[in-house]
Design a binder for this molecule. Sequence first.
Ligand SMILES: Cc1ncc(COP(=O)(O)O)c(C=O)c1O
Length: 301
Amino acid sequence: MSLPLPRGARLPDRAVWLNGRLVRGDEAALSVFDRGARDGGGLFETLRVYAGRPFAWERHMERMVVSAAELGFPVPPPPGRLREAVDEVLQAGGLADAVVRVTITRGIPGGRPVRSCVWVEAEPVVGRLWPGARLRDPEDGGPAGGRAVLSRTPFVPGLLGRHKTTSRLAWDLAREEARQDGADEALLVSPDGEVLEGSTSNLFVVRAGGDVVTPPLSADILPGVTRAVVLGLCDRLGIFSHEAPVPLEMLRWATEVFVTNSVQEVLPLRDVAGRPVPEREVTLRLLDAYREQVTAVCAAR
Ligand SMILES: Cc1ncc(COP(=O)(O)O)c(C=O)c1O
């Protein structure tokens, strides 16, 4: 049976590992009885693969397994099995520098035990980079730098904010605001005027003295894997960092602003809500250190 698609639309023809086997096109389908499809009852991880090796795999798996336990999901397949699935998908697509997504759902209710529906997919990284990360700065050769807008809808992340769930409509609508404005990212602002995170990234601000501030996890933001790596790098490089609320006012006076996620890495922002961000020195130091860590980890296996 083929899926009803709008005229001219085609399903991506890439191999997807679904519940234990590689499938393509129409076969990469979910049951309408699956709670992931019905209610957004899913968790996912998006991570980057460098030269065939996933970066920070253990951290991503830990976040997913902890969320699955906290939110009462069926026990997901062991990370070792998912890791094999990643290799199978990369091999089937002939991919080395890629973005991998691992998704688990709450499955179809009724059976004992209820099993997650699980799939793993991969895409070339080039198609996933935002212009600010993909294009080069002619002077220092680093990323051109992103533009961010402030989402117009006051944002309350709530219970799901600290889990990477597939219930993403609120975050996706904010991201849409960025797209409509030709920007790379939309920053989410609480009703009290605190900037929380990006629609798909964590936020960092560098203040005049060179110290780095990022909103605290107690604000129900996503505990980003890249955020944690960057905080570790700040310690290693002797850059003073702390987790504290970022009021809108702080953005206006920041010397540097950057966002982080597993795909875009450490992305300097050159413009936030129409205000040019004056510098990027600390950000580029952190980006260099991040890439060194990627090289060390992904080359050492
Ligand atoms: C809302 C949100 N915050 C932060 C991040 C960054 O997380 P990570 O560094 O684990 O990719 C993401 C990633 O998609 C996200 O969706």
